[in-house]
Design a protein around this ligand. Structure first.
Ligand SMILES: [Ca+2]
Ligand SMILES: [Ca+2]
Length: 416
């Protein structure tokens, strides 16, 4: 009898875990893959994002661990060669599978290269990820309510930002588009050389007796502010739901007038997809909680020294971390529990130095990270890991589980 009760409890616990895993948002910070490599479909899959096919992921993507990122030390760079257009020769595509849901939120950070060429036509190119379902009606198709739907971000001439969507009522051969607007009513244009955040929410219409009710919706936020809201949409007459985050970015269009005048790049970072708005902290007032700590501003320590840092930005770093040494940062308020990215700016020559982050005077270890050899004491690199942090006022400890590194600064940023 006791065994049966135990087994029942075990099954319930496993079911609860499964539900929790199902509800967790999907995120990609591009921190795991080796920098300087292509981000192929199998690399996407290793990070939990699966697609049945792709275009350009193995040939025109690159994990940037050297120049630009929004979080941590890395991001995804996509290449749009001069004079090329269409998904065969420009950018990258992959329909990344989602658990089907009626309503989804999709967030990503994007940065255009500082000499990005917008192309010469009115409808110039597609950017980043969109949301789609069923057979993903697109590409000049009529959407019947049985062949799915799609909703992707585009840029227009001069970099004006718009949402481009295929639904049952689109007016012409191609989908409809809505230009993103600032609060004062002016058009939003993408900047070059600066990170911006895009959030899309799509809600599939309900269906009654095979009829599409006009209650589908698309909403776009630009840097946390609502920039487009489209209601009354009819996407489906069948049971299709949002079932993919559609990475779809290329120039065109079908003629070379769409092509860029010079080699162009877009960087992507911090992709998030969730059915729960609360998981998208980019939509919270003030955005995602983040705080940077200079290592030398510790409130207590054991065994380390402060010294002028050779790292960019100057100031001081903390050095002489031997195994068992630590620095602590007291009275740090974490307003909400969640998953956080913790970054460390380090130099180390061993390849086996190991940082441990803790609270409760070392009694609660939040996570550990082995540091890559940075090649020289004057060559710093940003490395990161994801940890769960409870809400409250904490004293954080940075502990040298294995010594042999210098630390310039560290930073915590809420992911969800
Ligand atoms: Ca990143
Ligand atoms: Ca410092």
């Amino acid at each position: 009898m006791k065994t049966k009760v135990f087994l029942l409890a075990l099954v319930l616990a496993l079911m609860t875990q499964a539900v929790t895993a199902f509800a967790a948002p999907r995120i990609n910070t591009f921190e795991r893959p080796a920098r300087g490599s292509a981000y192929t479909l199998s690399e996407w899959a290793t990070d939990g994002w699966n697609a049945p096919w792709d275009q350009g992921m193995s040939t025109r993507t690159w994990i940037d661990g050297y120049n630009f990122n929004h979080s941590g030390g890395q991001s995804l760079r996509v290449f749009y060669p001069k004079g090329k257009f269409g998904p065969e020769d420009s950018g990258a595509q992959a329909p990344l599978a989602l658990t089907p849901g009626r309503e989804y939120y999709l967030s990503y950070w994007v940065r255009f290269s500082s000499d990005f060429s917008w192309g010469t036509t009115e409808f110039s190119g597609k950017i980043g990820l969109g949301l789609a379902g069923g057979a993903a009606c697109s590409g000049g198709q009529a959407c019947t309510g049985y062949n799915g739907f799609s909703s992707r971000m585009i840029w227009l001439s001069g970099g004006r930002a718009a949402i481009y969507y295929y639904h049952m009522g689109h007016a012409g051969v191609y989908g409809d588009y809505t230009v993103l607007k600032n609060a004062n009513g002016s058009d939003i244009s993408y900047p070059k050389g600066t990170w911006v955040n895009i959030v899309q929410r799509l809600k599939v219409n309900t269906v009654t007796n095979g009829n599409a009710n006009p209650d589908g919706e698309i909403q776009i936020w630009y840097n946390g502010t609502s920039a487009a809201s489209i209601t009354g949409l009819r996407f489906v007459r069948n049971g299709d739901l949002v079932d993919r985050a559609y990475f779809s970015s290329f120039f065109g269009g079908a003629t070379d007038s769409f092509a860029p005048a010079n080699d162009s790049y877009i960087w992507y970072d911090d992709l998030k997809v969730s059915t729960n708005r609360a998981d998208i902290c980019e939509l919270s007032p003030g955005g995602c909680y983040t705080r940077l700590f200079q290592a030398e501003d510790y409130t207590a320590m054991s065994g380390v020294i402060k010294e002028p840092t050779p790292d960019t930005g100057g100031g001081q770093n903390v050095g002489s971390f031997d195994s068992g040494d630590w620095i602590a940062f007291g009275n740090v308020n974490i307003p909400s529990a969640g998953t956080y990215l913790v970054e460390y700016r380090v130099a180390t020559l061993t390849g086996n130095a190991r940082i441990s982050l803790d609270i409760n005077e070392g009694k609660t270890v939040l996570g550990q990270l082995t540091l890559p050899n940075t090649g020289s004491w004057s060559n710093y690199r940003t490395v990161s890991h994801q940890v769960q942090i409870p809400a409250g006022t904490h004293q954080f400890g940075i502990y040298a589980a294995t010594g042999g590194f210098d630390l310039n600064w560290w930073k915590i940023t809420k992911l969800y």
